[in-house]
Design a protein around this ligand. Structure first.
Ligand code: PMP
Length: 368
């Protein structure tokens, strides 16, 4: 590299803010301004405000019905799949999937692709006979035949910045944790038996988990599965066996209507691909400063992860970014490095600000 590249040096000038603060957190996705304004209005409303809306009211039922219709339409969910709405996050599903699908003596296959897959595996082992395969291309392209009821994989490893570009080649029904990439592509329903995702990243706020399950797979749960967490019971009660997370459901509706208005999942996918390419271009154009350890065939579009040559340079990058209004770029605590999260609600300005900052940082102290 011929440019005077930054390594380890403290900034000599304070970087100028690049615009309004932009958040790149992996744990919670941003909402577009019109979506947050709509949610705020619904909170302020004196009559039938969303914070005190009874789940038994026709207004709430209408919200849930619209969420249902939008998900079915945008993800092309076939009629023999139920869509369930459950309180809590995806971690609860790590236990609820084996409880609902394996019955008392079932066996399942899990693909170990990183942090969240291992969390799912650890929990599933408490409830079933779990076989694990690695996410190496040679293994997932021709996994050994397994007498198992399903194959679980994590479509996007949020912590590791790794994403499945093609599905594991098993004949088993696939179960996918899509917490960080639901509504960024259309799942192949002929291969999937169940998909689940917490809504806080790509379609709303924390508190709601969406489970889309093939009806025949959820007919024989473990008898000790709590009733309010039994998929078949939820399906037959329109997910209203107990109070659903009303506010999170409304936020999901606002995000879904926004995504629909933007042009649906296809547009989210195109936008995400372009944004990820812009970030990876910055990384690849400056290999002496930015290093992405993920094999290019597995690079996540949603959470590009990279690192800098040493701790001091990384710290300098993160501090300068923070001062410039680019927040929450530190990698997952178990992985380290830098992580950019490009969830659906992120603005073009945020991505432009980040890539501009990355290029300027590579030029040296006074360039950004
Ligand atoms: N799976 C994936 C892929 C995730 O990214 C996360 C959260 N970052 C989870 C599961 C866990 O979600 P929650 O904390 O909402 O249970």
């Amino acid at each position: 590299m011929s440019t005077p590249m930054r390594t380890g040096a403290a900034p000599t000038t304070q970087p100028a803010p690049v615009g309004p603060p932009f958040g790149f957190s992996a744990s919670a996705g941003p909402q577009p301004a019109e979506v947050s304004a709509r949610i705020a209005d619904a909170c302020r409303r004196r009559d039938r405000g969303i914070l005190a809306l009874p789940f038994t009211s026709p207004e709430y039922r209408d919200i849930q019905r619209k969420v249902d219709e939008l998900l079915r339409q945008m993800l092309a969910v076939p009629p023999h799949f139920d869509i369930l709405y459950m309180a809590g996050g995806a971690s609860a599903q790590f236990a609820l999937v084996p409880l609902n699908l394996l019955g008392q003596h079932g066996r399942a296959l899990y693909v170990d692709s990183g942090h969240w897959a291992r969390r799912a595996i650890g929990e599933a082992r408490r409830y079933g006979d779990i076989a694990v395969i690695s996410a190496d291309a040679s293994v997932i392209d021709s996994p050994a035949p397994q007498a198992a009821l399903y194959c679980h994989y994590t479509s996007n490893e949020t912590a590791n910045g790794l994403q499945f570009r093609r599905l594991p080649a098993t004949p088993l029904p696939l179960v996918a944790d899509m917490t960080s990439d639901l509504l960024t592509a259309s799942p192949d329903w002929s291969r999937h038996g169940l998909v689940y995702a917490g809504t806080q990243k790509t379609l709303g706020v924390p508190g709601l988990c969406i489970v889309i399950a093939r009806r025949d797979l959820i007919a024989a749960p473990h008898p000790l599965t709590p009733r309010v967490m039994t998929y078949a019971a939820l399906a037959s009660a329109a997910s209203r066996l107990c109070t659903p997370p009303v506010f999170a459901m409304y936020a999901a509706l606002c995000m879904l209507e926004w995504i629909m208005g933007e042009g649906g999942v296809a547009i989210m996918q195109t936008r995400l691909t372009e944004r990820a390419q812009a970030v990876y271009r910055c990384i690849d154009d400056t290999p002496a400063l930015y290093r992405c350890a993920t094999d290019s065939a597995w690079r996540s579009l949603v959470n590009p992860c990279f690192d800098l040559p040493d701790e001091a340079t990384r710290q300098c990058f993160l501090e300068a970014a923070q001062t410039s209004g680019l927040r929450d770029l530190a990698g997952h605590p178990d992985v380290g490095g830098v992580r950019v999260s490009l969830y659906n609600g992120l603005s073009d300005q945020a991505v432009d600000a980040l890539t501009g900052f990355m290029r300027a940082f590579a030029q040296g102290p006074r360039a950004h």
